[in-house]
Every structure is written in structure tokens, then in C-alpha cells.
Write a protein that binds this ligand. Structure first.
Ligand SMILES: *Cc1c(COP(=O)(O)O)cnc(C)c1O
Length: 451
């Protein structure tokens, strides 16, 4: 309140309604594949000054957002955006993201966010069931796979330090293949631990045999990171054999399923994940293949007490917290947090787990249909056998410039976003399917332009 009793922000209802109306329109309208990044100077020229002493008002600010800022972003959820790992949130999830924001729940501690944390835990329990883990398993939602991997590996390192009497003279090490996600090497730098590379097999999988050989000469490895769906090719490491090796040596097994973990819900590929029931920690990003908006990563621990021991922050102002309660703060590298698992919970609650299974199977079918087209096309060749919903393929004879030119051309005419990647040093094409609305026929029509 100001001294005369008026509210300092005035009546913001116009600003609220403008934002909510825009959001509703965005969810209902088809995505616009023509949008994308522009140079900052161009955006500045079109937007004009937005931060001023007097404020520009909600109408003008919304106009800049709608006409200048959003068109300078890529439509991640366009069904023909098949680059990197795109996103395909349900409208229910996006709508509920608004509700989550409006409720403004402090979901770091049970005391402040009990109801929200309860619902997040319901969604996590579904994933725990898919993993085949015991009911006592649990975790929390963090911003993305990068912070999920970091938090899990920190819990692993602290557990090893406790069990083995502190840091070894040469420091701790973690083992993974070169195909592990870049965030694993980033986490290793943050944790000040060394990455011990393990050679992949002829199909680039981490195998139990190769791992055992490395662990035999590297006693200071505190964790093994296995991929359940590599980002580049969607490959799943030999989880069952890896779990044997980790179990025999008492080494923490972390499974990175940021992209591929969603396929645990797909019966047609579930057996590829066998062994995951013995992992110690796991992540999957609902903002990838579980149809939730940014940003959200489900981080799970088989024994949450070990994570609590590693992550609990202590301070005078936190002393009165009930540490027996389920405090997401105590399970990852964070304190304040929004209830970012709620949009995923709402979508799952609304549609049901059967429909999630159907949606994930649908994307797998689309990927298989496009893979079959590539195999039958005389000019195209799959460079590795797909295991989930990522296809890596080439046009023998093409140079890097040919790939770049074709990719640019089909992006410019808005028919397909298909960005080249590297496979064993060569430039190749890559498609990542996570959107059940993507039609195989439409993708094949574009691929048919490669001659
Ligand atoms: C995307 C991805 C990550 C990183 O997740 P962010 O949410 O982008 O931080 C980690 N691992 C794998 C396998 C991924 O595909």
C-alpha cells in the first residue's frame, strides 16, 4: 500500500487478462514453423526500448512479446521440428503450467508445499513403478537433465566418501562412454572428479565386459553412468550386464534417461531397459518425451536417504524444518523451487497412463515408418540400427556443405527441421521423434527430395 491507501501496482487485471488470453491462444493455435532466432540488433530495432522509468504498459508490452519476441524463437513443439530433442507438451500440461505459476507454491519444503509435493510424488511414483524399483524410492523435479545428473552424481560421490572413508588420494572418478551426455562431463568438472572413458562396443554401447576391465584397474571409480537413450542416436547401454558389474563392486549406477527414459512406458521396447531395476539413481525429462513444457526433470533415487545425506542444507533459519518430511530441497542442488512437476502430473492425471503409453508407442511407430522409408530409399542409408525414436542416416557421396545446404533449404521452406550431426567423425542427418502428432508420410515426402 502507498501512504494514501492505494495499491502500489494499481489494478493489474488488464495485464493479467492480456497474458492469460495470449497463453490460451497460443495453446489452441497451430505452431508457426517460420519463427526462429534473429540477430539481437534486429530484435532491438523492432522491439524498441522496453524498460523505461514510466513503464510501457501491459498492452504495449504484450504487443512486443506477440509480434517481435515470440516470432524470434523456434516453435519447439512444431510436429515437423525433429532436431536436437524437441518438445511436445500436451495442451493440458501447458494450461496447467499457468495454474502452477498462479498458485506460486514454494515447493522446496513439505511445510510450505505439501499438496503440490504430494502430487509431484504421485507422478514420480508412476515412474518408480516403471523402473521396477521399491516403493521407498523417490526424488524430486529439478530444472533439467543437467542438474538432475549433477545432483545424482553428487549423492553418489558423498555415499562413496562415507562408505570408503573419504576422498582417495588421487581423487574420485566416474566411468562412462564418450556417448554419455555432455552434462556428465560438466557435472564431473563441478564435482572435481575425473572422467574415466570406457570404450563402447561396435555399436557404441557401454557393455559389462568393457566396464569390468576398466573398474579392475580403477578402484577409485565412485559411479558408472549408463545411457538409457543417447541423445545423438537413442541407444541404450547394456544395463543388465552393467548392473551386474556395479553390484559386484559396490559402485553406484546412475542411468541417464533424460530423453529415452520415457520409453519405459512403451511395451514394445521395455525389455531393452532390463537391468534398470537395479540402478541407484535415474533421470528422465518430462519436457522431452513425457509431454510436459519446459523445464522439468524427474530425478529419482533408489534410497532417498543417501541423497538427503548429500544435499541437505543446514542453517539457523532452516533449523525448525521437519527433516523427516519429504523436502525436495534435501534431494538435489537447489533450495527455492517452483512445483515444476505439476504440469506433468496434471497431464498424466488428465489423460491417464494408458494414453501416455499410446502416445509414446505412436512416436516409436512413426520413427519405425520413417526408418523403413530410409532403408528403402536408394540414396539414403541408416548409419546405425535405431533402438528408440532417433534416426541417424546419410546420403552417401554428400559433402558437409551438401548436408548443410539441404538442411537449410527444408528449414527455410518450413517443411522440416532436420539439423545434421556427427557420427564417428562424419556429418550425417538426424531425426528425433517425440511428438505423436508428427506424421511419417509428411517426413518421408521431405526426405524424398534428397536425390
Ligand atoms: C537432454 C539430455 C540431457 C540434458 O538435459 P537438459 O534438460 O537439457 O539439461 C542429459 N542427458 C541426456 C541423455 C539428454 O538427452
Amino acid at each position: 500500500m502507498t501512504p494514501d491507501g492505494s495499491r502500489i501496482w494499481g489494478d493489474e487485471s488488464g495485464a493479467v487478462l492480456a497474458a492469460v488470453a495470449w497463453a490460451a491462444g497460443r495453446v489452441i493455435r497451430p505452431t508457426d514453423p517460420k519463427t526462429g532466432a534473429r540477430p539481437s540488433d534486429d530484435i532491438a530495432a523492432d522491439a524498441g526500448p522496453t524498460i523505461t522509468a514510466e513503464g510501457m504498459g501491459a498492452v504495449a508490452a504484450m504487443k512486443v512479446f506477440d509480434e517481435v519476441l515470440v516470432p524470434a524463437t523456434r516453435a519447439q513443439d512444431d510436429p515437423m521440428n525433429l532436431s536436437y530433442i524437441p518438445s511436445a507438451p500436451t495442451r493440458a500440461a501447458v494450461g496447467f503450467d499457468l495454474a502452477t505459476s498462479a498458485a506460486n507454491i514454494f515447493a522446496g519444503v513439505w511445510e510450505a508445499g505439501a499438496g503440490a509435493i504430494f502430487a509431484e510424488n504421485e507422478a514420480l511414483a508412476w515412474i518408480v513403478g516403471l523402473l521396477g524399483w521399491p516403493e521407498e524410492a523417490g526424488g524430486c523435479f529439478v530444472s533439467g537433465g543437467t542438474s538432475g545428473n549433477l545432483s545424482a552424481l553428487m549423492a553418489a560421490r558423498e555415499t562413496a566418501s562415507t562408505k570408503r572413508g573419504g576422498r582417495p588420494a588421487g581423487g574420485w572418478k566416474l566411468a562412462c562412454t564418450a556417448d554419455a551426455h555432455s552434462s556428465i562431463r560438466s557435472a564431473a568438472r563441478v564435482l572435481d572428479v575425473e572422467v574415466v572413458p570406457v570404450e563402447g562396443d561396435e555399436r557404441d554401447h557401454l557393455t559389462g565386459a568393457a566396464l569390468a576391465e576398466v573398474l579392475d584397474r580403477e578402484p577409485d571409480v565412485f559411479a558408472v553412468v549408463a545411457s538409457a537413450g543417447t541423445t545423438n542416436a537413442g541407444l541404450i547401454d547394456d544395463l543388465d550386464d552393467i548392473a551386474d558389474v556395479c553390484e559386484a563392486r559396490g559402485v553406484w549406477l546412475h542411468v541417464d534417461g533424460a530423453y529415452g527414459g520415457a520409453a519405459l512406458a512403451a511395451p514394445s521396447v521395455r525389455d531393452r531397459f532390463n537391468g534398470i531395476e537395479r540402478a541407484d539413481s535415474f533421470i528422465v525429462d518430462p519436457h522431452k518425451w513425457l509431454f510436459a513444457p519446459y523445464d522439468s526433470c524427474a530425478l529419482l533415487y533408489r534410497e532417498p536417504a543417501l541423497a538427503r545425506a548429500a544435499h541437505t542444507q543446514l542453517a539457523g533459519y532452516l533449523d525448525q524444518l521437519d527433516r523427516q518430511a519429504w523436502n525436495p530441497t534435501d534431494l538435489a542442488v537447489h533450495l527455492s523451487r517452483r512445483a515444476r512437476g505439476l504440469p506433468f502430473w496434471y497431464s498424466l492425471a488428465t489423460h491417464g497412463t494408458d494414453r501416455y503409453t499410446r502416445a509414446i508407442e505412436q512416436t516409436l511407430t512413426t520413427a519405425r515408418d520413417v526408418a523403413a522409408f530410409i532403408e528403402s530409399a536408394p540414396t539414403l542409408r541408416l548409419v546405425c540400427e535405431p533402438e528408440l525414436s532417433i534416426l541417424v542416416f546419410e546420403r552417401p557421396g554428400w559433402t558437409d556443405a551438401d548436408y548443410a545446404a539441404w538442411s537449410r533449404r527444408v528449414a527455410d521452406d518450413c517443411s522440416l527441421l532436420c539439423v545434421p550431426t556427427k557420427w564417428r567423425g562424419r556429418t550425417v542427418l538426424r531425426l528425433a521423434f517425440i511428438n505423436p502428432d508428427t506424421r511419417a508420410g509428411a517426413v518421408n515426402d521431405v526426405l524424398a527430395t534428397i536425390d
